[in-house]
Design a protein. Sequence first.
Length: 255
Amino acid sequence: MTKEPDTKTGHNSDIIRRTKKNMLTIDNYLESHYIHRSNWLRAAVLGANDGIISISSLAIGVAAASSTREPIVLATVAGLVAGALSMAAGEYVSVSSQTDTEKADIEREAQELKAMPEEELNILAQIYEKRGLKKETAMQVAMELTEKDALGTHIRDELGINEISKANPIQAALASGASFTAGGVLPLLVVLFLPIKGMEYWLYGFTLFFLIILGAIAAKTGGSSIQKAILRIVIWGTLAMGLSALVGYLFGVRV
C-alpha cells in the first residue's frame, strides 16, 4: 500500500520558511528607516533646490534687463556650469573636512584607550548611566562592550560616530553636483523654448512648479510633511527670485 504524502507537514514547512524569511531582525528593521537616506538626500535636495532657484534667479535678473534671448541663455548656461562645479567642489571640501575631523578624533581616542584604559572605561560607564542604566549595570555593559570592541564602542557612544552619520565626500559631491545640474536644466529649458516677452513671469511660474515637485519628492523620500516642505521651499524660492528681479530692474541696462 502506497503511503500518501503528508501535505499538512509540507504546508507547515512552507509557513516556517516564509516566517523565517520575513522575520524582523535588527538589520532589516533599520533598513526601512529614513535616517539611512539622510546624507545623500540632504546633498541631493540642496543641490536641486540651489540649481532651480539660483539659475532661475539669475535668468530672471538678466531677463529684467534684456529684451533679447541671447544674453539670458548665455548667463543661464554659464551659471549652470559654474554652479554645478562649485556645488560639487564645495560639498567635497566640506564633507572631507568633517571626515578629517572624525579621523583625528578616532586616532585620539585610540591613543587615550592605550594610555588610560581605566579612565576611559569609567567614562563609558558614566555615559550609559546618564542614559538611564543603574550604576552597576552601566559598568557591566561598559566592561562587556570594551572586551568585544573597545575602540568601536567609544567611537559610537562617546564620539557619536556611526555608519549612518559617517560622511562620504565622493558620494556627497556627486549627489550635489548632479542634482544641481538636474535642477538648473529646468529653468534653462524655459529660457530656450518659451517666449522672450514676459520671460520673468514664465520663469517665476515654472520655477514655483518645479520647487513644489521637488519639495513633495524630498518630503516623500524623507518621510516628512509634504505641506511643510512645499511651503518652506516656495517661500524662500520666491524671495530669492523677487530680489534678483528687483536688482535686474534697478541696475540693469536694456540690451
